[in-house]
Design a protein around this ligand. Structure first.
Ligand code: GDP
Ligand code: ZN
Length: 444
């Protein structure tokens, strides 16, 4: 994979105003930029106070400059970081100056992509950089850091190593067709393959947990007006809405997006907007809602305990995908005197007002998506990773089935290894890299 390490520059801090703003420059030769901006060479890895020079004799700003010569830098190239005053105008002037001096605007994720191409990070780690920045809960941030530190990559590498050992064994027997089966038997190839499958299944569970932390669970909320949908969402959010309390949005229920259950983000898909309409824009919104419903983990039917399930509710239920599990939540039990809690058969009694039954509801929701609680072994993961693990597992199954046809056996092992290697990026197409890194924001 070839790329030219031409200097790139970007504002690395979030847009807007802040005490400090950071510009990052990376490239094979950035001396001209350092010289034009600072006017003197910088001692590697030291903080220098400097005035950042304009094209004329004046200055744009003053602040700290740090220089990391490659390969000991984030990207593996020479990197300059300047910390100026964090206003959009100042930052843009500084960036413009870097461009004048020979850098070009970095593409989204280009710093991380270079770090990957220079072997500073593997693909799962580079993705963890983005996931740490995008983390929606503390638990998600902790597990993203684990992936960034390489916990996930190590697990995958261990599996790949074992797979390579096994492949070497099998390839060796291909040269001795007469004795090959005895050979494999003596080396317990089958036992080792089964052990690998077990290990793979474990990694899949850990990765699914990580994917939950990253992507959250998606719940379709059904309920007539006034049954207590908003009240329930607010009660579920409780103290866990720690990040933002006042969110601008078109609907007043946007706050639901920030609900977390044990660090797992809860995304609520509101069915209130699913009514017949002639309005083209509204229809697009409705199509999108149906799209989201197609990927949901669970439907939550909220009813007023005094009225029970209504005909309107049943009509919406009938239009949901058959496979979507439905949990019926009877709210306002404080008014009926019914016993709160999980009463079985996918029915839960709660009171959004008093909070009774809510713990049972939380537990039921987490159980539905298979959350096992934050554990040491949980690292952040993406659907892409799960897909690769599942494919690897299918190849190992096929290998097991082809045990007596050694060439097929060897081929399935090879395909399994390729699938696993996609996770760390050792076997990844340029297209996939493009897709992954283009979703990063600029300056990452
Ligand atoms: P939504 O239209 O479904 O979002 O319903 P709201 O959350 O706005 O609630 C409608 C009304 O029911 C409000 O007056 C709430 O205070 C009340 N309410 C919601 N949950 C409960 C509950 O568990 N018990 C009681 N007694 N009232 C509730
Ligand atoms: Zn509401």
């Amino acid at each position: 994979m070839l790329y030219s390490p031409d200097p790139i520059a970007a504002i690395a801090t979030a847009p807007g105003r802040g005490g400090v703003g950071v510009i990052r420059v990376s490239g094979r030769r950035i001396d001209a930029i350092v010289h034009g901006l600072i006017g003197r060479p910088l001692t590697p890895r030291h903080a220098h106070f400097a005035r950042f020079r304009a094209a004329d004799t004046g200055a744009i700003d003053e602040g700290l400059a740090l220089y990391f010569p490659g390969p000991n830098s984030f990207t593996g190239e020479d990197v300059l970081e300047i910390q100026g005053h964090g206003g959009p105008v100042v930052m843009n002037m500084l960036l413009k100056r870097c461009i004048e001096l020979g850098a070009r605007h970095a593409e989204p994720g280009e710093f991380s992509k270079r770090a990957f191409l220079n072997g500073k990070l593997d693909l799962a780690q580079a993705e963890a950089v983005a996931d740490l920045i995008d983390a929606q809960s503390e638990a998600a941030a902790r597990s993203a850091l684990k992936s960034l530190d390489g916990a996930f990559s190590l697990e995958v590498r261990a599996l790949v190593d074992e797979l390579i050992q096994l492949r070497m064994l099998v390839e060796a027997t291909l040269d001795f067709p007469e004795e090959e089966i005895d050979f494999l038997q003596a080396a317990d190839a089958q036992g080792r393959l089964l052990a690998l499958q077990t290990q793979l299944a474990k990694v899949l569970i850990a990765a699914s947990q990580g994917r939950l932390l990253r992507e959250g669970m998606h719940v379709v909320l059904i309920g007539q007006p006034n049954v207590g949908k908003s009240s329930l969402m607010n009660a579920l959010a409780g103290e866990e809405v720690a990040i933002v309390t006042d969110i601008a949005g078109t609907t007043r229920d946007t706050v639901r997006e920030l609900i977390q259950l044990q660090g797992v983000p809860l995304h609520v898909i509101d069915t209130a907007g699913l009514r017949e309409t002639d309005d083209a824009v509204e229809r697009i919104g409705i199509e999108r809602t149906w799209g989201a419903i197609g990927k949901a983990d669970l439907a939550l039917l909220l009813v007023d305990s005094r009225a029970g399930v209504t005909r309107e509710d049943l009509e919406i239920l009938a239009r949901l995908p058959r496979a979507l599990p439905v949990l019926r939540v009877f709210n306002k039990v404080d008014l009926t005197g019914e016993v709160p809690g999980d009463v079985g058969r996918d029915v839960i009694h709660v009171s959004a007002k008093t909070g009774e039954g809510l713990d049972a509801l939380r537990q039921r929701l987490l159980q539905q998506v298979g959350w096992q609680g934050e554990q040491d072994g949980v690292f952040i993961a993406r659907e892409r990773h799960l897909d690769a693990i599942r494919r690897a597992s299918r190849h190992l199954d096929a290998a097991l089935a082809a045990y007596h046809r050694t060439e097929l056996f060897a081929e399935e092992l090879r395909l399994g290894q390729n699938a696993l290697n996609e996770i760390t990026g050792e076997f990844t197409s340029d297209d996939l890299l493009g897709v992954i890194f283009s979703r990063f924001c600029i300056g990452k």
